[in-house]
Write a protein that binds this ligand. Structure first.
Ligand SMILES: N[C@@H](CCC[C@H](N)C(=O)O)C(=O)O
Length: 267
């Protein structure tokens, strides 16, 4: 049976959204991969199913393009916030990583992404080490910062982002046994105390135009290393996000969310 969907994106990080708030609906990993396929399906980096929630306005189920189910997606959360929260005072989204709360309008959203987790077991890593300066390296990428924003990130700081062969090193780091749940790989260049440039090789999706949790993780990593102030603009290939790591420990992410088109697909 044909199922309606909404195609959305946040800074070019693109999504297929199914609304299952009023019916029973689930997807197999094969179905996710088929929908996400850019040659034969709709094509997307992530796929979301909106389900009912008794704690929030909606439960957001998240799949990567490779079929894996994951707990967090920042750009996607802004898209879901826009769909269900436009016109409301606040919007609450339940995910496997917890509750996300904020405000949305017809252009995008400002969301409280919660507090980052910084312990090695929380990233998670395979064995104990300092997550502020991990004593490991892959080619020219060395000593990352580990941050969990509801999903695992390793953030590397470099002098010149354009010199980094991220499509070569990204998959190697993503699947390294040091990361038992794999990892999202961020490579960041600090431009100024309030600006960072970032590219992200996403776990389960590859190189994306933008990664919301990646931007939060890079900002937190830069602030932990004292490279920036607590409020930064993160410039990604698809555009910019405003990130603030507040004194209460929570990370606020502000940015756009756009509807590309709607359609139907046979599953
Ligand atoms: N694009 C996302 C992150 C999606 C999930 C990630 N690939 C993972 O596996 O954790 C974002 O905007 O945060």
């Amino acid at each position: 049976m044909a199922r309606p969907f909404i195609k959305m994106h946040g800074l070019g990080n693109d999504f297929v959204v199914f609304d299952a708030r009023d019916d029973e609906f689930s997807l197999s990993a094969d179905q996710v991969r088929a929908v996400a396929d850019r040659r034969t399906g709709v094509g997307c980096d992530q796929l979301f199913v909106m389900e009912p929630s008794d704690k929030a306005d909606v439960f957001m189920r998240i799949y990567n393009a490779d079929g894996s189910e994951v707990a967090a997606c920042g750009n996607g959360a802004r898209c879901i916030a826009r769909l269900v929260g436009d016109g409301r005072e606040t919007v609450r989204i339940e995910t496997l990583a917890g509750l996300i709360e904020g405000r949305a309008d017809g252009a995008g959203a400002a969301l409280d992404m919660g507090a980052p987790k910084l312990g090695w077991q929380e990233i998670p890593l395979a064995y104990a080490m300092d997550t502020l300066e991990m004593p490991v390296g892959w080619g020219m990428l060395e000593r990352p910062v580990g941050v969990n924003m509801g999903n695992p990130h390793a953030v590397f700081f470099v002098e010149r982002l354009d010199d980094v062969p991220i499509t070569e090193l990204g998959p190697e780091i993503e699947t390294d046994p040091l990361f038992p749940e794999k990892v999202n790989v961020g490579v960041a260049e600090v431009l100024a105390p309030d600006a960072v440039r970032l590219k992200v090789w996403e776990r389960g999706a590859g190189l994306t135009q933008a990664c919301g949790t990646g931007a939060c993780a890079a900002a937190v990593a830069a602030m932990r290393r004292k490279l920036t102030e607590r409020k930064v603009t993160v410039h990604l290939p698809g555009g910019a996000l405003e990130i603030e790591w507040r004194e209460d420990g929570h990370v606020l992410m502000t940015g756009p969310a756009e509807i590309s088109f709607t359609g139907q697909i046979d599953l």
